[in-house]
Write a protein that binds this ligand. Sequence first.
Ligand code: ADP
Ligand code: MG
Length: 334
Amino acid sequence: MSDVILQIDHLSKQFTDTPIAAVRDISLQIFSGEVMALTGPSGAGKTTLLRLLAGLLSPDEGHIYLKDELVNTYAEELVAGHPDIHLVFQDFKLFPNHTVQENIAYPLRYYNQDFQQIKTEELLTLFHLEAFATKYPRELSGGQQQRVALAKAMAAEPTMLLLDEPFSQIDGKLKQEIKQALGHLVKEYGTTLIFVTHDTLAALSFADRIALICEGELVQVGTPETIYQKPTNQFVASFFGQCNFLKASNIPARFRTNAPANDIACIRPEQARLVPEPMSDFNGTITQQYFMGSHYMLNVTISTQQVFWVVTQQAYQIGQAVYLKIHDLHWIPQ
Ligand code: ADP
Ligand code: MG
């Protein structure tokens, strides 16, 4: 997994009549066979970056190299010149006059009939589409069409697959199954997958690495664990879930051994516990409680008047006095 397949160097793109660039000086390496999530808030520039990578847009500045070959000189060369690279955008682009199974079989048209049939059936099963094999795209829901588009893209066993919000219309249990099916296939085929998502859980649970983009700039890139546990700033920390930010002066001395005095402590809700008073770091009062299914999320207003988010397994009473102990944290430099 250490071969660089795509090298992105100082890429910038500004649309005419817009005050700021949609993509600003982004450099990133993509390794062969990895699953890379491009994530960030709405309007961050994720789709624009994907379109640049696909050769559907030309950058104003910067270069893209595919296996050492410069590919961004001519728009569309990346797609047109490299049949192994497949794209699925939010509008799917299925053939309207062909059935689901014909759509999926299309990339297999040069193979023999038996192979086409076996492969198509395998993909129909993996993407839970057996019941829709003879239907037309217009007869399907958005989520079903999205699954057909994914199955069709994977039929080609692409070297590289670029997906824009691939799970956006698929929900709940099915989303988990589709992620598993896709994850299994990309590893089996050695496909390098770059996918855009604003869904932080999809990025954390599915990607090998995550690149977080905000206002056109790359903010942090790393494994899901690194991005979640060791965010480089408060924006990254908050983007991937609740986080309590405390000044160093409010943090118990046992955590402050190496931290500069003006660093900010980032404490995830699951990194603190309610404990009996003698063991505690803070006292406070429960001001809100949210049932989250697998756990409760409490708001405890502590002595600094800050609201502290903490995860518990059981319900408490609003207004109850409680004691908090921090068992781990991450320092963010200021
Ligand atoms: P994301 O996919 O992260 O939601 P986009 O890449 O679609 O964001 O958009 C980034 C910024 O570029 C937004 O401010 C958007 O309005 C602008 N933008 C995107 N496409 C165009 C376009 N074709 N013309 C003008 N502005 C655009
Ligand atoms: Mg987008």
